[in-house]
Design a protein. Structure first.
Length: 84
């Protein structure tokens, strides 16, 4: 499926970079394709994919499937022990 980003998600790359947290589209795309887990309930109808970002952090990606596309709504880093 094609992966597209909302304006908010695109801005999130810049916002996190200002905090010295560098996340690329390729990282987001790889987690969407092979997540450690997917939460289908917390933000229904959106889904939250979780994948490793570094040794102590995960990246949580909020997305929805719409018209044959995966739409990235937002994403945020979190502590590994909280989500895994």
């Amino acid at each position: 499926m094609k992966i597209v980003y909302t304006k908010h998600a695109l801005k999130k790359f810049k916002d996190l970079a200002e905090l010295k947290i560098l996340i690329s589209r390729s990282i987001v795309n790889s987690i969407i394709k092979e997540p450690i887990s997917i939460d289908n309930f917390s933000d229904f109808p959106n889904k939250i994919a979780t994948g490793m970002f570094d040794k102590t952090h995960v990246l949580r990606i909020v997305y929805k499937e719409e018209d044959g596309k995966i739409v990235i709504v937002t994403f945020y880093p979190g502590k590994k022990e909280r989500y895994i």
